[in-house]
Design a protein around this ligand. Structure first.
Ligand code: AP5
Length: 209
């Protein structure tokens, strides 16, 4: 099964996609995660993407579409995947339809105040890519999974969070209407614990298999 996880920054796409990968074997394809890996490598794509990511802007469509297209050609995605952070513009959605068959779109929804709380308390591990919330950590500086240092993402600073939410409303939210019209979109309210939200998402996946 091939799934798109839609939803604003900080709603919990990465958290839920990573559990789906672990428990259901759906390969998590996080465009944000892929870009951050290029950033750390300091390669050409990383250099192009850095300023956009740090400013909370979207990386140009051409760069992202090629990156996803290439990733979906890899063998491990053939048994099913979950797209986390893609598509994010109408153009990306149109292009995706040319090279992928998507079975289900799950739109995660949460009120803005809760999103801001989640993003401002997020800490990320640059080594294993784990994502945590400060409230879930005993030691806010050390990754509980691999022991490396945890950091706050640059784009999780308050002014950048506000801008990312504006960019989402302008460029990504229109996809909800697009997919609703196509008929394969389901909305999931993610105002519970991580496990409660995962169970809600799982139910939708099972009902649409
Ligand atoms: P990306 O990394 O995709 O960022 P995003 O969409 O803004 O999403 P986030 O990673 O911020 O949030 P999330 O929804 O995954 O939430 P998470 O699970 O971490 O993209 C970064 C940048 O890359 C973009 O700004 C853009 O520049 C570029 N980019 C990426 N894709 C692109 C594309 N397609 N086109 C163009 N540019 C692109 O959860 C957030 C926090 O909440 C965590 O701390 C988590 O622990 C906590 N949390 C989760 N669930 C719960 C819960 N139930 N209760 C309490 N806390 C919770």
């Amino acid at each position: 099964m091939n799934v798109i996880l839609l939803g604003p920054p900080g709603v919990g796409k990465g958290t839920l996609a990573s559990i789906a990968q672990e428990r259901l074997g759906l390969v998590q394809i996080s465009t944000g995660g892929m870009l951050r890996r290029h950033l750390r490598l300091g390669d050409e794509l990383g250099i192009i993407a850095k300023a956009y990511i740090d400013d909370g802007e979207l990386v140009p469509d051409s760069v992202i579409i090629d990156m996803v297209k290439e990733r979906l050609r890899e063998e491990d995605t053939q048994g099913g995947y979950i797209l986390d952070g893609f598509p994010r513009t109408l153009y990306q959605a149109e292009e995706l339809a040319k090279f992928a068959d998507i079975d289900l779109i799950i739109d995660l929804e949460l009120e803005h105040e809760a999103i801001i709380r989640r993003l401002s308390g997020r800490r990320a591990c640059l080594s294993c890519n784990g994502t945590f919330h400060m409230s879930m950590l005993q030691d806010e500086t050390t990754c509980p999974t691999c022991g490396h240092r945890l950091e706050q993402r640059k784009d999780d600073l308050p002014e950048t969070i506000a801008h990312r939410l504006e960019v989402y409303e302008e460029q990504t939210a229109p996809l909800i209407e697009l997919y609703r019209k196509k008929g394969n979109l389901v909305v999931v309210e993610v105002d519970g614990t991580v496990e409660e939200n995962y169970q809600k998402m799982l139910k939708v996946i099972e009902e649409n298999q």
